[in-house]
Design a binder for this molecule. Structure first.
Ligand code: BGC
Length: 761
């Protein structure tokens, strides 16, 4: 006993000593330990310096001219010293080399820490959306929509770790990622940046991503600050057009759109970017309800809130809620914005200074935002070393990133159709490869790929293979006939007559269709149907009578119902990026057994977009008088659909309790067997449905998922634990509640139910 007391005392002494040592290390202090340093620094700063910290400009303002990536010393001095700018972002035109980034970062930081009164380093931000897309020769990974198809959290973490490493290696420590908007509007041109339509899927992948970007401590040379975006409602424009109004009742917003952000805040996300759009007529950048009440007071977010591109100015020019640019600045700052991505001029700085000097905005309000920004700079280790770090540089371009990219691309491959097991194709076959994506790189990558739009083939690393090249490498040039060219829209990529005469000598036609790369508003479309020239090419291919396998490279589900019947195989590849061509070819030839499953409901008709978690009234129709049917949900393919070259079977789904209370959890168990002879992965998904509820219940909701690898003939038992909160929903008052009653749980076609008892029963 005595011995125990002594050892406890010794342990306590060590702990105190450890804490003391930690407190001496300025950059390793916990978040709160920075507060005193922040306040001390704030106390020394002039109003001009403070307002400058809240100002973010684009790199264009400090470059010599439009054509170079060289810093103009005078322009830099004007921005950082005279205008006190605290943050810079972006790239001009296209990806830079690592060396160029280092020169840029060093020039900026040297000036900031030598010539600004309080030696405050600049916080540089970048969009490293699926890998660090703005540095030459970086590895790019599948866009989020493909990552969501893998249902693999540990893989998502490895992808994000590589992205963080390749970002920090440039000297940049702030990544404007991840997108936490839900992909529930397939027309939306940023659909590929989302983790799909489901709340739980987006929440879990978002949280995993943020944790691995930021690591244990953001001062470490392998980590970066994450930025959850775009808060909130951006992904759900009513018209489907980018940056157009959303109409979202508050309880719906809380039920579907808020949870991913709640999880991100729990994961201690460092920053948030605001939605450029408007909800119910209120631009989010001008809304104190969204930016302060919901984000800070309810969610408890403590990090930095940055605007999206030019969005403060646009409160005046686009949304027209501010009669002048100055009014726009006032609205955004009063609503709760910390930093304006101005970014093409210094107007925000000048106007905010005026507003504080004339007493419209109190300096106390400025102090709040500046404290958050300074704290982030401390947390990132910028005050002790703002320069590119050797340890980070060493981690750039590691060969293992390419392995992760291949694994991610392969695991994302989603086999939608495989009639008569047409796939895999025997490697000795004669293959006619056609279509605009067959010999093109940009369609493999999509947005944010060495350029913003990702369209410019000239900026891709020379090592990237097209599908044609990857296929030829595997089966030999003699077995592949492909006349497609790199330029997506070139008429040779759509030549039906040529395809038909070439098909005479082919065993299979592999047709690569979908969409070229696009980002944001330039990707707006009016019709979800696949473009007419592609439909015509597909019809021409079917008319040859040869087996046609469709490979889809696209960022959103383009409607293909008119040609689907003629295709024997359909492989959805999303935007698989650096190792995409190899992953597609490995899948077509059977070297990769496909295991991706849809992270969205694939619509069959443009006017009939019904999501998997629809309400019963979207399913049960009354289109013939007095006759009820169950035909309202008719996607081309269901959320979670994806085939394999092997087969899996589930045993019975069991639950450990027939009834349970709000304080108890239930455990569900299911066995899964690979009933084929070939090894394969399967993503097992547990859904639940509330049979009756005071807000119309969803048909079903995803509650858990787990990806497992099984050899041929192998079985595994999986258990999932749920509690009452997992079965809760948001009522009309916007509160999260759980109602007693019967719940059904489903895995595949297996179901089991249990009753949640009311209090006191
Ligand atoms: C996009 C953001 C991006 C920002 C900075 C905006 O146009 O909406 O997602 O982070 O530009 O590049």
């Amino acid at each position: 006993m005595k011995k125990n007391i002594v050892s406890v005392l010794i342990a306590a002494l060590f702990t105190v000593f450890g804490l003391f040592v930690l407190s001496l290390s300025p950059e390793r202090s916990s978040g709160d330990a920075f507060d005193a340093r922040v306040q001390k620094l704030l106390g020394k700063m002039t109003l001009e310096e403070k307002v400058g910290q809240m100002t973010q400009v684009t790199i264009d303002l400090i470059l010599k001219d439009d054509k170079t990536n060289e810093i103009d010393e005078q322009k830099l001095r004007y921005a950082v010293v005279e205008k006190n700018v605290g943050s810079i972002l972006n790239v001009k035109g296209h990806a830079y080399t690592l060396d160029t980034w280092h020169t840029i970062q060093r020039s900026i930081q040297e000036l900031a820490i030598s010539e600004t009164p309080n030696k405050i380093p600049v916080l540089y931000g970048i969009d490293a959306i699926h890998g660090n897309n703005y540095v030459k020769s970086s590895t790019l990974f599948p866009h989020n929509i493909g990552m969501a198809a893998t249902r693999d959290l540990s893989l998502a973490k490895r992808v994000t770790e590589a992205t963080a490493a390749e970002t920090r290696a440039t000297g940049i420590r702030w990544n404007f990622d991840p997108v936490l908007g839900l992909g529930r509007q397939p027309l939306w041109s940023r659909f590929e940046e989302t983790f799909g339509e489901d709340v739980y899927l987006v929440s879990t992948l978002g949280e995993a991503t943020i944790k691995s970007y930021q690591g244990e401590s953001m001062d470490q040379p392998l980590n970066v600050a994450a930025c959850m975006k775009h808060f909130i409602g951006y992904s759900l424009p009513l018209s489907g057009k980018d940056r157009t109004p959303a109409h979202i009742p508050d309880n719906v917003l809380r039920e579907y759109l808020l949870p991913p952000f709640e999880h991100a805040v729990e994961a201690d996300v460092a920053s948030v970017m605001i939605n450029s759009g408007e909800i119910n007529g209120v631009p989010v950048h001008a809304s104190s309800y969204y930016l302060t009440t919901l984000l800070r007071e309810e969610l408890g977010f403590k990090g930095v809130a940055v605007s999206d591109w030019e969005d403060v100015i646009r409160l005046h020019t686009r949304h027209r809620v501010a009669a002048s640019p100055k009014e726009a600045v006032r609205l955004a700052v009063e609503a709760g914005l910390d930093m304006s991505m101005v970014p093409l001029d210094f107007s925000f700085y000048d106007l905010l200074l005026d507003l504080v000097r004339e007493g419209t905005i109190p300096e106390k309000r400025i102090d709040e935002s500046v404290a958050r920004i300074l704290k982030l700079k401390f947390k990132l280790g910028l005050f002790s070393d703002p320069f590119p770090e050797e340890e980070a540089i060493q981690r750039f371009g590691l060969p293992e990133y390419k392995d992760v990219a291949l694994e991610a691309a392969e695991k994302s491959m989603t086999l939608l159709k495989n009639e008569n097991n047409v796939l895999p194709i025997p490697s000795s076959s004669k293959i006619l490869l056609a279509g605009p994506s067959a010999n093109n790189v940009s369609s493999l990558f999509g947005s944010w790929s060495y350029t913003w739009q990702g369209r410019d083939e000239a900026h891709y690393p020379g090592s990237i293979l097209t599908i044609k090249e990857a296929l030829e490498n595997k089966v030999g040039t003699d077995n592949v006939l492909c006349r497609s060219v790199r330029n997506y829209t070139d008429e040779r990529n759509f030549a039906i007559g040529q395809l038909q005469s070439d098909a005479k000598n082919a065993d299979y036609i592999v047709l690569c269709l979908g969409e070229d790369a696009y980002a944001e508003s330039p990707g707006v479309i009016d019709d979800l149907t696949l473009d007419t020239d592609q439909i015509a090419l597909a019809e021409g291919a079917v008319a040859t009578g040869k087996p046609v396998i469709l490979v889809l490279l696209q960022g959103r589900p383009r409607v293909i119902s008119s040609i689907e019947g003629g295709m024997q195989g359909i492989l959805l590849a999303y935007r698989p990026a650096s190792k995409g061509a190899e992953a597609i070819v490995n899948t077509l030839l059977g070297e990769n057994n496909p295991s991706g499953i849809l992270p969205f409901s694939y619509p069959q008709h443009t006017g009939d977009v019904v999501l998997y978690d629809h309400k019963y009234t979207e399913r049960i129709r009354e289109d013939i008088p007095n006759t009820y049917g169950d035909g309202g949900y008719r996607p081309q393919w269901d959320f979670g659909h994806g085939l394999s070259y092997t087969t899996f079977e589930f045993g019975d789904l069991t639950i450990d309790k027939a009834t349970f209370t709000e304080d108890e959890s239930v455990t569900l168990t299911i066995g899964v067997t690979n009933t084929g002879s070939q090894g394969g992965d399967v993503a097992v998904e547990l859904y639940a449905r509330d049979l009756y509820a005071s807000i119309t219940p969803n048909f079903k909701r995803l509650k858990r998922y787990e990806r497992v690898s099984l050899k041929g003939g192998e079985s595994r038992k999986l258990t999932f634990t749920l509690n009452a909160t997992d079965l809760s929903f948001i009522n009309v008052a916007g509160e999260r509640i759980t109602e007693p009653g019967v719940f059904e749980f489903m895995v595949g076609t297996k179901t089991v139910s249990a009753e949640l008892l009311g209090k006191g029963s």
